[in-house]
Design a protein around this ligand. Sequence first.
Ligand code: G
Ligand code: G
Ligand code: MN
Ligand code: NA
Length: 254
Amino acid sequence: FLLDNKLRRAVDRGEFVLHYQPKRDMTTGQVCGLEALIRWNSPEDGLVAPGKFIPMLEETGLILEVGAWAFGQAALERQRWQATGMPTPRIAVNVSAIQIRRADFVQSVVNAVQAVGASLEGIDLEVTESLLMEDVSGSIEKLEDLRNLGVNVAIDDFGTGYSSLYYLARLPVQFLKIDGSFIYTMTASGHSKMIVSTIISLAHALGMRVIAEGVETREQQQLLEAMHCDEMQGYLFSRPLPAEQLAPFLLQPG
Ligand code: G
Ligand code: G
Ligand code: MN
Ligand code: NA
């Protein structure tokens, strides 16, 4: 209950920040997108990772408020970079089950960016596969509304849930993100390597682009290149960075 109160206060005081992890286009070598990853800048505890507070935000329902804030903040920061003439890749925002299950989810995203005087231009989202499979018809409808607003959708942590391939083909989704656990074990395990290459083929057959997450070594990158993976994300390319450290990164040539 203590954390509960601290989080309520954190929401009221605006103690959350977004860090941005660049995604690299494996063909051009350039930054082709950013993933927004929330942190809690706590006066008592410093920068707190999302694993430590997202579950509590979900339990208390505060995730609705914070999740909406994340969309507004990402749209606003992107608009500010754009105004300074900086290259402005698309930004993907993570969403929780509790957010997307709500009938007013799409409208809440639209409202959140309008409230800060920004637009949805260049904003995408990431959602886990189990979440979409929970309510396929409801998901399809919302994802289609989002696509009509120019928002791309990535299925996050792909390979760890229970996807129905039947439904996967029907979801209006543009990206699959291969879970980092497969990338991590890929160089040692023939199984993981086979799973990764199969996911890449599957995604391409369905007309989706593939993002490998958690890429930490050159060896992993080279394997992924040989498998025609489209994008990579991970410490090898860049850690998640605060907005003010991103500028030099976005300006560097591939
Ligand atoms: O670095 P990392 O510790 O940033 O993120 C851990 C987890 O927290 C990831 O699974 C990520 O999807 C989730 N996460 C990060 N930012 C957000 C956010 O703004 N909203 C939600 N719902 N989840 C987030
Ligand atoms: O949203 P998602 O569950 O995909 O969150 C991505 C998580 O992976 C974040 O916690 C992020 O900080 C973390 N991450 C990003 N790159 C790497 C990496 O190269 N290695 C590891 N171990 N974690 C990473
Ligand atoms: Mn993600
Ligand atoms: Na993930």
